[in-house]
Design a binder for this molecule. Structure first.
Ligand SMILES: Nc1ncnc2c1ncn2[C@@H]1O[C@H](COP(=O)(O)OP(=O)(O)OP(=O)(O)O)[C@@H](O)[C@H]1O
Length: 240
């Protein structure tokens, strides 16, 4: 393995996030965490332990009160908002518990949104890429439907396709199976697992599901905003 292959994709260094107020709320405290290529990382912990807050900080959707988040070795706190937005669009894909698809757009229209925001492809190329992504996720017959014509599991797979639109190396998922029945949940889990083991992506997913966390490669557990466990279950697979 070259040293480049193991270079961190995302790194939190002594990250603390405190919400100001009459009684300030500490969301996470003193988080040190290194996310490397091809990792499949579960973030678990009791309700209110700071899982979503940590994911938002790693995803540059929120800023630390102190400490640094680095993306590909670059300190993001000193970036301009435009530079952070570019890092988000190119490096990170997001999947949330509730899919957040735009109801007025078709499935393919939703998947093309991040490509439009980045503005690097023309319309035909965006559509072709969207079709390829949706077909690869078993949604080839649903591209021109609206999100409300799909099942919950299908909607969540559309959300995964949208997260992959700009080919980011990292997918951050907040309870991606939290609103699904067990069959759809298993399907979405397999999609995420294949992103790592089949396509060499990195997936970091917040989950309440202990069984799901045990099936992922690394398990980070939070309690009261701090990391209390960080275990590798198995080595991250290297791409062929
Ligand atoms: N905007 C906010 N205003 C006030 N308190 C907040 C806000 N966001 C989060 N908190 C508090 O910060 C703590 C951490 O919240 P966070 O959502 O990160 O936890 P979590 O582990 O993801 O919880 P859950 O599993 O219930 O989603 C909680 O005590 C929460 O109530």
């Amino acid at each position: 393995m070259s040293s480049d292959a193991a270079a961190p994709l995302i790194e939190a260094r002594k990250v603390t996030r405190i919400l100001p107020g009459i009684v300030p709320t500490t969301l996470v405290r003193d988080i040190d965490l290194v996310i490397r290529p091809h990792e499949f990382v579960a973030i678990t912990g009791p309700s209110g332990s700071g899982k979503s807050s940590l994911l938002y900080l790693l995803g540059l959707l929120d800023m630390p009160t102190s400490g640094e988040v680095l993306v590909e070795g670059k300190v993001t706190t000193v970036m301009t908002e435009d530079e952070r937005a570019l890092a988000r669009l190119t490096m990170l894909g997001f999947v949330f518990q509730f899919h957040f698809l735009l109801p007025e757009l078709t499935v393919i229209g939703n998947v093309m949104l991040p490509m439009r925001a980045l503005g690097r492809l023309d319309r035909d190329a965006m559509r072709a890429r969207g079709e390829m992504l949706l077909s690869s996720l078993g949604l080839g017959d649903h591209m021109d439907k609206r999100p409300d014509q799909l099942s919950g599991g299908q909607r969540q797979r559309v959300a995964v396709a949208r997260a992959l639109a700009n080919e980011p190396p990292v997918i951050l998922a907040d309870e991606p199976t939290g609103s699904l029945d067990s069959k759809s949940s298993a399907q979405v889990f397999e999609v995420l697992r294949d992103l790592v083991h089949g396509q060499g992506k990195t997936v970091v997913a917040v989950t309440h599901d202990a069984a799901m966390a045990e099936r992922m490669d690394r398990h980070v557990e939070l309690l009261d905003g701090r990391i209390v466990r960080d275990e590798m279950h198995r080595l991250a697979p290297q791409p062929a």
